[in-house]
Write a protein that binds this ligand. Structure first.
Ligand code: S3P
Length: 454
């Protein structure tokens, strides 16, 4: 059994509606994870976080009604819904379904700051829509979000005609004044799907055709979502183009399971030779599924069946069978494609035969925490040797880890990654600030427990 300390965690395992967490609440819960003997069974994941954000935002500015089934249960997507309500959008949540009545491009000025909680996606992508609105809004976030760089959306949105007031080198809180936008042709200096979606959303409100170029291909949910809502989006080589003035129409959708949340289960199963785990209804979008290739390169057996597509998003049933793990290097385009999965890959690296090297992943330093430092520090606490580099990590294989006190740093992916590392450690691991998991996956610890054999 996973033992939980603190009432909040019990609630997390069973409840599906979460208020935004205050930063102070992020470190008041501990989960104790004991080693496991095997992983077996099946799980089904709540809807993908990236798609949930985008569908909700576009539904808010579409004409007509949208119904989004299997909407993400995470606090981040709840932040997006909270902001949409504050902008006058009618949002009704029933079970795992969200019904949104679109306002046809024109939102209502908010009468208080828009609280984006812990969610960089909310702040960055919603800014694209707010840039096209004829009013000012303030965007605020928790302590972690307030440290994150927003210059990457401020610079291009200002070129389009929006005006910003930010703090301390482009950090939140932001004051954004929107209005008439002009189209731009912009090449992104950082590989960021959030920036790409932000600019394509702003492009809907611009006079002319907006073009966004990327050197490294990032997740394409923004492009697919815009098309699903009826917009024409052109993708040629590394440039995505959208014409302003297009009307979106509401959709019915069932959102595939979140593959970045599935990563924790896939990696847990990978650790145990003989393990067998099935995950159905899982997002299989090729720009998100690189983890499956990496696990196969490590020696894991993976099979995918029941492939289906809705609104351009592929989903399927994945079966993973654990094996002895070899070695792999993640660099270049893979670092961007696996940006959310690197913490858990790094957490299982000591248990591989020859280790895992991660390069070109400097972006991890400006996520919900400095994930390179958080992974290195917590692996060392468990007795691992780790080489920390400016843009990545080199983690030797063939290591034995012991249970330790893990500091999640209030970061959901760090809390969950180390719950996986703990499964093969000797002794108990205490994960401090485990309630951060609610950001993307409330119920994670209960779901993990349900597939463990001891
Ligand atoms: C996301 C893109 C990634 C990722 C984040 C979600 C998205 O961020 O880390 O969790 O939904 O577009 P960047 O695009 O900033 O790298």
């Amino acid at each position: 059994m996973l033992r939980t300390e603190g009432a909040l965690l019990n609630e997390l395992a069973t409840s599906f509606e979460y208020p935004n967490l205050e930063p102070e609440m992020k470190n008041d819960s501990t989960v104790i994870v004991r080693p496991a003997r095997n992983v077996a069974g099946s799980v089904r994941l709540p809807g993908d976080k990236s798609i949930s954000h985008r569908y909700a935002m576009l539904a808010g500015i579409a004409k007509g009604d949208s119904r989004l089934k299997n909407f993400s249960t995470g606090a981040d997507c709840a932040s997006t819904l909270t902001c949409l309500r504050a902008l006058g959008v009618d949002v009704q949540r029933t079970g795992d379904s969200v019904a949104i009545r679109g306002r046809e491009a024109r939102l209502q000025p908010p009468d208080a700051p828009l609280d984006c909680g812990n969610s960089g996606s909310t702040m960055r992508m919603l800014s694209g829509i707010l840039a096209g609105q004829n009013f000012s809004s303030q965007l605020v976030g928790d302590a972690s979000l307030s440290r994150r760089p927003m210059g990457r959306i401020i610079a291009p949105l200002e070129m389009m005609g929006a005006r910003f007031v930010a703090q301390n080198e482009g950090r939140p809180p932001l004051r954004l004044t929107g209005g008439d936008l002009k189209a731009i042709s912009y090449h992104m200096p950082v590989a960021s799907a959030q920036v790409k979606s932000c600019l394509l959303f702003a492009g809907l409100f611009a006079d002319g055709e907006t073009s966004v170029g990327e050197t490294v291909a990032t997740r394409d949910h923004g492009e697919l979502a815009l098309r699903a809502f009826g917009a024409e989006v052109d993708h040629c080589e590394n440039k995505i183009r959208i014409k302003g003035g297009q009307t979106l129409r509401g959709i019915e959708a069932e959102i595939p399971g979140d593959i970045s949340s599935a990563a924790f289960f896939l990696c847990a199963a990978a650790l145990f030779p003989g393990a067998e785990l099935v995950i159905d209804n899982l997002l299989m979008n090729p720009t998100r599924a690189r983890l499956l290739d990496i696990l196969m390169l490590l020696g894991v057996k993976i099979s995918v069946t029941q492939l289906e597509q809705q609104h351009g998003e592929l989903k399927g049933t994945v079966k993973v069978e654990g094996r002895d793990l070899g070695t792999v290097t993640i660099a270049g385009a893979d670092a961007a494609a696996l940006i959310d999965e690197i913490p858990v890959l790094a957490a299982i690296a000591p248990y591989t035969s020859d280790g895992i090297e991660i390069r070109d992943a400097r972006e991890l330093r400006v996520k919900e925490s400095d994930r390179i430092a958080a992974v290195a520090g917590n692996l060392r606490a468990m007795g691992a040797k780790v080489e920390e580099r400016d843009d990545g990590l080199k983690i030797p294989g063939g290591q034995k880890l012991h249970g330790a006190e893990i500091d999640s740093q209030g970061d959901h992916r760090i809390a969950m990654a180390f719950a996986v590392a703990a499964l093969c450690a000797e002794g108990e691991t205490k994960i401090r600030g485990a309630d951060a998991a609610v950001i993307s996956y409330p119920g994670f610890f209960a779901a993990l427990e349900s597939v463990l054999e001891r």
